[in-house]
Design a protein around this ligand. Structure first.
Ligand code: ADP
Ligand code: MG
Length: 330
């Protein structure tokens, strides 16, 4: 175990930013804090880094309580969204800065800097100034500077948030590869559920300062414990039946003209096709059931005949074994 938080609480002016947070991160994990803006993710990172003190609770790094350890003595580094590079220093000097502060000099320092720049594919840019780099390149330098000291734990707070969508997707894959290569434990913060699902070994879902669920991406997506998690991670339709709530994922819902045979064991009900939204790879269908419940379905655009007409009756079906049933009291 690299990091253990037990009963962490932090209030600002009487309002809870973080409450009852418990989590454990193992060595080599890519662990993500996922939640909407204001849910307490950054506060949690700042407490771990030592920039803030918790009102209650214990923070352990490698089994040692760090309540009295100042930030610079914790075996941790942080990557921020705004890179925080020194503008008057070359890329190589920016990366070397933390090493020199720890007394690493000469050939040893140059070798470590070269290795870090190679890891982030910035070998050719060592002599440039930060102003001569693109946003994506600056983020790579920020990462090189954070890994060059080989911290036991790297904290990353929405590091890709300032990049455009295409570059962000490329960097997600690359970050994951870099993390594997250097073997450093990552604690990653994002509000982007797709990013969290694609990169993480495990995810903690934050809501209003509390953790609602911790699990692998597949556990979180397939077995959400609450309506909040089901709605925040992926899309889902909630169907209320008696005292329970069913979570239906759109890719698990079949829609067909009335009377079409559905696979054996499927639950089938009548509905009306309200909307068809073309998304390129997929088409999203919105179906209204007789009791007023709206259900979303996704169909791949793989050359299907256009057999459905907006406004017309349809049959909706799903395999009951793929349903998640929530206890409505949560
Ligand atoms: P996130 O990173 O998930 O967006 P934060 O941890 O930044 O959320 O914030 C959690 C809550 O704590 C928010 O309501 C925010 O307004 C509040 N908060 C964070 N930092 C401070 C601060 N320094 N002073 C007062 N309130 C703060
Ligand atoms: Mg934040």
């Amino acid at each position: 175990m690299v990091l253990r938080l037990t009963g962490i609480r932090k209030h600002y002016k009487g309002a809870a930013a973080v409450e009852h947070v418990d989590l454990t991160v193992g060595r080599g994990e890519f662990f993500t804090l996922l939640g909407p803006s204001g849910s307490g993710k950054t506060t949690t990172l700042r407490l771990i880094a030592g920039f803030e003190r918790p009102d209650a609770g214990i923070i352990e790094l490698d089994g040692v309580d760090v309540a009295r350890t100042p930030p610079f003595d914790r075996n941790i580094n942080t990557v921020f969204q705004d890179y925080a590079l020194f503008p008057h220093m070359s890329v190589a000097d920016n990366v070397a800065y933390g090493l020199k502060a720890k007394g690493v000099r000469g050939d040893a320092c140059r070798a470590r800097v070269a290795e870090a720049l190679r890891t982030v594919q910035m070998t050719a840019f060592g002599e440039r100034l930060p102003a001569q780099l693109s946003g994506g390149q600056r983020q790579r330098v920020g990462l090189a500077r954070a890994i060059v000291n080989r911290p036991g734990l790297l904290l990353l707070d929405e590091p890709l948030g300032a990049l455009d969508l295409k570059l962000r997707h490329d960097m997600q894959l690359e970050l994951k590869h870099i993390q594997k290569e250097v073997g450093i434990t990552f604690l990653y913060v994002t509000h982007d559920q797709e990013e969290a699902l694609s990169m993480s070994s495990r995810i903690a879902i934050f809501n209003k300062g509390r953790i609602e669920q911790i699990g692998t991406p597949r556990e979180i997506y397939d077995r959400p414990v609450s309506a909040f998690v089901a709605g925040f991670v992926g899309t889902s339709s909630l169907v209320r039946r008696d005292s329970s709530v069913l979570v239906l994922r759109p890719e698990k819902v079949r829609v067909a003209p009335p009377g079409t045979a559905m696979p054996a064991g499927f639950h089938v009900e009548p509905g009306r096709l309200e909307d068809e939204i073309y998304l390129g790879m997929m088409t999203k269908l919105v179906i209204r059931l007789a009791d007023g419940t709206a259900i979303e379905a996704l169909r791949p655009n793989d050359g299907d005949p256009a057999d459905l007409v907006s406004g017309s009756p349809v049959a909706v079906g799903w395999d009951p074994s793929t349903l998640r049933v929530l206890d409505e009291t949560r």
